[in-house]
Design a protein around this ligand. Structure first.
Ligand SMILES: *[C@@H]1O[C@H](CO)[C@@H](O)[C@H](O)[C@H]1NC(C)=O
Ligand SMILES: *[C@@H]1O[C@H](CO)[C@@H](O)[C@H](O)[C@H]1NC(C)=O
Ligand SMILES: *[C@@H]1O[C@H](CO)[C@@H](O)[C@H](O)[C@H]1NC(C)=O
Ligand SMILES: *[C@@H]1O[C@H](CO)[C@@H](O)[C@H](O)[C@H]1NC(C)=O
Ligand SMILES: *[C@@H]1O[C@H](CO)[C@@H](O)[C@H](O)[C@H]1NC(C)=O
Ligand SMILES: *[C@@H]1O[C@H](CO)[C@@H](O)[C@H](O)[C@H]1NC(C)=O
Length: 488
């Protein structure tokens, strides 16, 4: 056995040798990051926000009955997709640039796309795959194989189940189904609690607090969506547009799930909100959420408009593409999603500010230089000096290199380092001294589409921030060729 004394001596010698050979040991100590401004996002919320575009798949009994809200009286034998291929759906999601896809596992009609042990009203009673199929299983497998994370939607409102309206019995049924979905299919990244309910529906109390805690017990890194969060909130409309002012913060106590009249609060958030609950913009590429033979996908220009007004206003865009009654996303819809994904990649693939000299109204020093806004990383940012007292006068300036000053741009992108809280309250953009755009909040991402392309050598962004100095992780100047094509 080695003597402990000898071991200690050897360790000390090794440490001394390491110190002597490591020049870092004599560098000045690093400047710590600035203090966070509460509330701040959890790690899963931050990961979710950076996804920017995610997909929704509405598929189920309604696909076969040409409806949006089924009655619950549908015969399971109607559910018979001839060539369901979840890998094709996942391919469509990837083409749109989505890293997460959410499947409607049960809609308001109560028909379950997985063989739930707690009801007869499911794929098990259908002729599809001779009653041995499981759409949820096929979907999560395809998602995993395609490198896309999976999410699930389980409608609280159930028009089929006889327990609906009996508070304890129905909540037990719902909890049991949550267990099935969150323990049987591997990791689930988001769960969707829809507040929708018919005006004539039986009055009953959903045990949301129990459901939320069950979800977190079963899936630690999941994000729970509802009007009220707790992790992700509804944006208040189904157009895919957030407010021009959009805070990730709200007071959850102000929100009752499914209650009308809170749309504006959800749309804009609350600058004084105590809870970090960022908004998600759900919208379908077609008029309906479910597939209807008579409908087609929105044009690219409209999808880009939605992108600018959702992702470009501090939201995640949840884009729905409905598989048809064959069990496939229509080729024309897949093509539109691909067009959309590649348009976004084209517009934002080149930063026309690259190579600029960056300067801030002041600098904190250390690793927080103004040039960080151009390095393409989310985890580095510009921070002004802590003692910069000009609370209404922060600015950052980009001097474009000679030559590139002539390359026109018509989109300005500004991003806050929201990991330390959302701070920007107002901002304005100047090109060679002339104002070109302005607005209120920035958040994770703010996009300004300029009415026409501008060229210029110097771009200055002026910022007013609430509660502490602004922290910017990115500034981009981009050229969107699609708007111009539109207006010609
Ligand atoms: C709701 O109930 C009213 C009164 O019974 C009825 O007239 C109406 O058609 C119902 N609406 C729906 C959507 O079922
Ligand atoms: C539903 O029940 C709640 C709680 O019992 C009650 O406050 C509410 O008025 C009821 N709503 C309707 C439409 O009956
Ligand atoms: C949200 O809560 C904060 C802190 O309690 C409060 O200052 C603010 O006024 C609340 N917002 C609203 C809209 O009531
Ligand atoms: C397509 O048909 C459905 C069901 O028949 C109907 O509800 C919907 O309004 C129609 N859509 C359009 C765009 O006409
Ligand atoms: C569903 O979409 C696929 C792919 O475009 C197509 O081959 C099939 O005919 C469609 N089914 C129906 C019922 O329209
Ligand atoms: C902000 O932009 C609007 C148009 O979007 C313009 O009317 C206004 O003058 C601008 N304000 C400033 C301070 O630049």
């Amino acid at each position: 056995m080695a003597s402990p004394l000898l071991c200690l001596a050897a360790a000390a010698a090794l440490a001394a040798a390491l110190l002597a050979s490591t020049p870092e040991a004599w560098r000045p100590a690093a400047t710590p990051p600035p203090l966070p401004v509460l509330p701040i996002p959890s790690a899963p919320q931050l990961k979710w926000q950076r996804r920017e575009v995610i997909m929704f798949f509405h598929f189920g009994m309604n696909t076969f009955t040409d409806s949006e809200w089924g009655t619950g009286a549908e015969d399971p034998s109607l559910f018979r997709p001839a060539a369901l291929d979840a890998a094709q759906w996942v391919g469509a999601a990837r083409a749109a640039g989505a890293s997460l896809a959410i499947l409607v596992a049960k809609h308001h009609d109560g028909f379950c796309l997985w063989p739930s042990a707690y009801t007869d009203h499911s794929v098990r009673a259908s002729p599809w795959r001779a009653g041995r199929g499981d759409v949820v299983r096929e979907f999560v497998r395809a998602a995993r194989a395609g490198g896309v994370d999976a999410g699930l939607y389980l409608s609280p409102w159930d028009r089929h189940d006889a327990r609906y309206g009996k508070e304890v019995a129905y909540n037990e049924y719902y909890e049991a189904q949550l267990h099935e979905l969150l323990t049987g299919y591997g990791s689930v990244s988001e769960i969707w609690f829809d507040g929708a309910k018919g005006k004539n529906a039986t009055n009953m109390t959903y045990h949301f607090q129990e459901w939320f805690q069950t979800v977190k017990q079963l899936q630690r890194s999941i994000n729970i969506f509802s009007d009220d969060g707790p992790d992700v909130r509804w944006v208040g409309d189904e157009k895919g547009f957030a407010g021009t002012t959009c805070w990730s913060t709200v007071n959850r106590s102000m929100i009752t799930i499914g209650e009308a009249g809170i749309e504006k609060y959800l749309n804009e958030g609350d600058p004084r909100g105590r809870d970090w609950v960022p908004p998600e913009c759900d919208v379908s590429i077609r008029p309906g959420w479910f597939w209807h033979k008579n409908e087609t996908a929105k044009p690219l220009s409209q999808l880009l408009e939605i992108y600018y007004n959702s992702v470009g206003r501090n939201c995640v865009l949840l884009l729905n593409a409905p598989p048809n009654s064959t069990g496939l996303v229509e080729d024309a819809d897949v093509a539109r999603l691909r067009e959309f994904g590649s348009a976004v990649a084209t517009i934002f693939g080149t930063n026309l500010a690259a190579g600029s000299a960056a300067r801030g109204s002041s600098e904190r020093g250390g690793g927080f230089a103004a040039r960080n806004v151009l390095d393409g990383r989310d985890d580095t940012y510009w921070a002004p000096a802590a003692e910069d007292g000009r609370r209404n006068g922060y600015w950052i300036e980009l001097r474009r290199p000679p030559g590139s000053a002539g390359r026109p741009f018509n989109v300005v992108r500004i991003q806050e380092h929201v990991a330390l809280g959302q701070r920007v309250e107002r901002h304005a953009v100047y090109v060679d001294g002339a104002p070109v755009a302005n607005g209120t909040t920035v958040g994770h991402k703010r996009l300004h589409r300029l009415p026409c392309a501008v060229a210029g050598g110097t771009v200055r962004i002026w910022i007013a921030a609430r509660r502490g100095p602004p922290l910017l992780s990115a500034v981009g100047l981009h050229h969107d060729p699609f708007v111009e094509a539109d207006s010609s």
